[in-house]
Ligand binder design. Structure first.
Ligand code: UDP
Ligand code: MG
Length: 309
């Protein structure tokens, strides 16, 4: 098997057929030994039946059907687990990642790069809010992590078997695959492209899912938030201690004191706030720790046409 294309699918009924035909056209020029793995992430529309029909007609179409919606990153992980290709392409199913670009990705991979990722030069048809949050999120992430996660790069990329095997060894349950691939290392390069609008349907990456992904990225690759909690804790305690000394001084030495309701309230509220923030940050890490300790499977498969070797 030369190429495995991994495609997470969540309610993409209108895009599957055009995607398949464009992919087929591109891949056929590269090799006749490829597979297209659709990972159906609990779609509630006709996506699964369309994929099954395709698989009947085209033996190169494989599918994995999840028992429910597990999320984009988990769907990609499942595809990587089952892929058999020497090179693996990860792409979205909404045609925002143009299949024609695979030719260029594959060429760079053949030159010997283990990872060729793609950077989004322009992002068409996405809301200003999404573009802005994405832009600043990647820059924040770059500052607070020790590994260099490329700016403005999505998951659309080609990776080698070596990288796929390394990914399979990474046990964390909260996946941020881009970060993991940067962490793995090897020789990596990138291509730039203008990201088109999604072909049909609408984005399934709600703000809720985006915030999850952002928190997963930060907690997996940075301990800075924990350190901020500690440092601000010390800082506020220091100030509180000085204030305490001052209170005692004015009470017993200058004997000039007014029952200071406002200052009392201010310090109580401020301290309470800092404590809650710190506990919250610690909680984010602990909840992820406990998920990893519980060691549940990452996903449950309902049906697949991939037979184990
Ligand atoms: N997706 C998924 N599970 C989800 C949400 C999205 O598998 O819970 C898939 C979706 O079908 C698409 C890709 O992930 O192939 C990217 O999603 P989307 O286009 O909604 O994200 P956006 O491009 O808006 O960031
Ligand atoms: Mg999209």
């Amino acid at each position: 098997m030369d190429i495995s294309v991994i495609i997470p699918v969540y309610n993409e009924a209108s895009n599957i057929l055009p995607l398949h035909s464009r992919l087929h056209e591109v891949l056929a020029t590269l090799t006749n030994n490829y597979e297209i793995i659709f990972v159906n992430d609990g779609s509630t529309d006709r996506s699964l039946s369309l994929i099954r029909e395709l698989a009947q007609k085209d033996f190169q179409v494989k599918y994995i059907d999840f028992s429910r919606n597990f999320g984009h990153q988990v769907a990609v992980s499942a595809g990587i687990d089952k892929a058999r290709g020497k090179a693996l392409v990860i792409m979205d199913s909404d045609l925002q990642d143009p299949p024609e670009l695979i030719t260029a990705l594959y060429a760079r991979w053949q030159e010997g790069y283990e990872v060729v990722y793609t950077k989004r030069r322009a992002r068409n048809g996405e809301s200003t809010a999404k573009k802005l949050t994405a832009r600043y999120f990647y820059r924040l992430l770059a500052r607070i992590t020790h590994i260099s996660i490329p700016l403005d790069a999505g998951d659309f990329r080609i990776i080698s078997r070596k990288v796929a095997e390394a990914l399979k060894q990474m046990p964390e349950k909260h996946k941020f695959i881009r970060g993991q691939i940067s962490w793995i290392g090897f020789s990596q390069t990138y291509l730039e492209y203008d990201r088109p609008e999604r072909a049909g349907g609408e984005s399934n990456y709600t703000y809720r899912k985006m915030i999850r992904l952002a928190l997963d990225a930060i907690t997996s690759f940075s301990n800075l938030p924990l350190k901020i909690a500690t440092v601000s804790g010390f800082l506020v305690s220091g100030i509180a201690f000085l204030l305490m000394l001052y209170t005692l001084y004015s009470r017993f030495v200058i004997k000039d004191y007014v029952p200071g309701w406002s200052s009392l309230m201010l310090s109580v509220l401020f301290l309470g706030g800092v404590q809650l923030i710190s506990i919250g940050i610690i909680g984010e890490y602990i909840s992820r720790l406990s998920d990893n300790v519980r060691n549940r499977p990452l996903y449950i498969i309902n049906d697949t046409n991939i037979t184990e070797r």
